[in-house]
Design a protein around this ligand. Structure first.
Ligand code: ATP
Ligand code: MG
Length: 405
């Protein structure tokens, strides 16, 4: 038997999902839907759940099946704790030893010295050899075949061969960490105020990791912010979509509203007033897109418009709960997360955002609600919000297929 004829599949381990009692069925459905969608162009596959595992294999066993590509794609799906490329054998002793030999010969034989251990899980007690005997038998077998290359180390081995005996026998030596969290779609929808900065994509990622579907909303102030600023937001949304799934980016043409704010609102209240308009628009958009929350990348004290008082003035204008998952995070930790999810390099591209163009020179840092209402008293607010809602362009965002670029 050559390694080419071994049956290779992907094993997926589920985390919190298995703990959710009555909701379990919904969790699994959401996850399987995301998996099917993410793998849809890789040929027909069987995605099968057995207990707390999901197995992915090609429908036609002779069809090409890129285990690496499947693992890469699944690693970004929330709800998956880890994945392993796995080789399978039927439950009979001859096949078991044959497959074990062929499988290990694909990994060993390089001559490079390494330590190893064997870990056996015998969930199926019908298999006639005990766990302890199997560990000894397989360990001896490897030491006999690769005496120069291998030594046993059960504490900190370079390589662990896992063997699980269940309905079939599964062999693997790699466990690749997944995105964890809850599958997207489990926790409703949120309108994500997505700017071109570092924070808001990370905020979206964090809420998506708790199962929330995202509707990104960007306020574009063309030509004060150029087409590249919009391109940047689109790229960020695509990068986020690797984790959060496909979504519809809503782009508000905000120029007229912004100019009117600039004309009427006192300089020191401009950022707060602008933020309050954005929040009102998001709050009105939410029911139209079946969302029940608003998400922003604000963090307490980061800038003048993110003091407790400034945040409170924006909460007064919304009916939906506003989630600010970065509220207690240090900027360096946000940056580390942005790097990890792959949005950082895009976020630091230098195109201007409306907040940097129409910025208050000396913003009021502790505005009261009365300050905010006074600053807006010369505006026809209902009309500005309506105008923004009427000026929305929708852009479909589909994640780039592979994580590997
Ligand atoms: P980032 O822009 O990523 O959030 P930041 O520190 O620049 O980082 P601010 O510019 O102060 O944050 O904006 C605070 C929050 O307001 C953003 O995280 C985002 O949720 C929202 N926001 C700001 N500008 C826009 C915009 N043009 N369109 C949509 N949302 C915006
Ligand atoms: Mg910003």
């Amino acid at each position: 038997m050559s390694s080419a004829t071994l049956e290779q599949i992907v094993m997926v381990r589920l985390g919190e999902i298995t703990l959710k009692g009555l909701n379990r069925g919904r969790f699994i459905d959401c996850l399987m839907r995301s998996m099917r969608w993410r793998l849809r162009d890789l040929g027909s596959m069987i995605i099968e759940q057995k207990f707390s595992r999901i197995y992915v294999r090609p429908k036609d066993p002779d069809a090409p099946f890129s285990v690496r590509e499947v693992v890469d794609r699944l690693s970004c799906i929330f709800g998956i704790v880890s994945t392993s490329p796995v080789v399978v054998s039927p439950i009979d002793q001859d096949s078991f030893f044959n497959v074990f030999d062929t499988y290990t010969s694909g990994i060993l034989g390089t001559g490079k010295k390494k330590t190893f251990k064997i870990e056996v899980k015998r969930a199926n007690k019908d298999f006639p050899i005990s766990t302890y005997d199997l560990c000894c038998l397989l360990g001896d077998r490897l030491l006999e075949r690769y005496p120069e290359e291998l030594t046993v180390d059960v504490h900190q081995p370079d390589l662990t061969f896992f063997i699980e005996i269940r309905d079939r026998i599964y062999f693997y030596h790699e466990i690749i960490e997944g995105a964890k969290g809850l599958p997207v779609g489990m926790s409703g929808k949120g309108v994500l105020l997505l700017s071109g900065g570092i924070d808001s994509p990370v905020a979206g990622f964090m809420m998506a990791s708790r199962g929330m579907q995202l509707v990104p909303l960007y306020f574009h102030t063309f030509p004060y912010t150029g087409p590249q600023a919009l391109e940047k937001v689109k790229t960020l949304a695509e990068q986020l979509a690797r984790y959060a799934g496909s979504m519809t980016l809503h782009v508000v043409n905000f120029t007229e509203v912004q100019l009117e704010l600039n004309r009427v609102v006192p300089q020191d209240m401009l950022t707060i007033a602008m933020r309050r308009v954005m929040m009102r628009v998001a709050d009105r958009l939410a029911p139209k897109v079946k969302a029940k929350s608003i998400i922003t990348g604000e963090s307490l004290g980061q800038v003048a418009s993110q003091t407790l008082e400034a945040l409170a003035t924006t909460d007064y204008v919304t009916t939906c709960p506003v989630f600010r998952p970065l509220i207690g995070l240090d900027k360096n930790d946000t940056i580390a997360l942005a790097r990890q999810i792959g949005t950082y390099e895009t976020s630091i591209l230098p195109y201007e955002d409306c907040c940097t163009v129409f910025v208050s020179k000396h913003p009021k840092t502790h505005p009261s609600l009365a300050d905010a209402e006074r600053a807006e008293s010369g505006l026809d607010m209902a009309n500005l919000v309506e105008q923004s809602l009427q000026n929305i362009e929708k852009i479909d965002i589909v994640p780039p297929f592979s994580m590997v670029e």
